[in-house]
Write a protein of this length. Structure first.
Length: 130
């Protein structure tokens, strides 16, 4: 009986990890925040994610055609973090840090980065593309 109770307890504790969404696929939506001049701006975001356990890889950028490799990608349940070094030159573009959570069919959260003296802060909201 004790063994059965331990197995049931383990299964209950493991349920949240098993319930995490598979985030593999294409996602499209928007980034909104203040531009370098302080004015509000909205840009398109397109992500191609590959989610395997805690590992998150893929690409991200402003469109299907302009994509850069995801770096340092990690998934923890329905929360993901990753970096994308964008811009015209992979060596000199800003590194953007994404911190997103899956909720109600969306990946939503914050993006931040620094490019020279310019601090980038914004919100991201993307949905799965079929």
């Amino acid at each position: 009986m004790e063994k059965l109770a331990m197995v049931c307890a383990f299964m209950i504790l493991a349920l949240p990890a098993l319930a995490a969404e598979d985030l593999t696929g294409n996602w499209s939506g928007s980034f909104s925040g203040a531009g370098p001049d302080g004015n509000q701006m909205t840009e398109t975001v397109y992500l191609t994610l590959v989610h395997k356990g805690v590992e998150l890889t893929g690409t991200g950028g402003p469109s299907v055609e302009r994509q850069w490799k995801i770096q340092n990608g990690k998934a923890d349940g329905d929360n993901i973090v990753f970096d994308v070094q964008g811009g015209g030159d992979m060596q000199n573009g800003p590194v953007l840090h994404f911190l997103l959570a899956y909720q109600d069919g969306h990946l939503k959260g914050d993006v931040s980065g620094q490019h020279g003296d310019i601090r980038l802060l914004g919100k991201v909201d993307v949905m799965r593309v079929k």
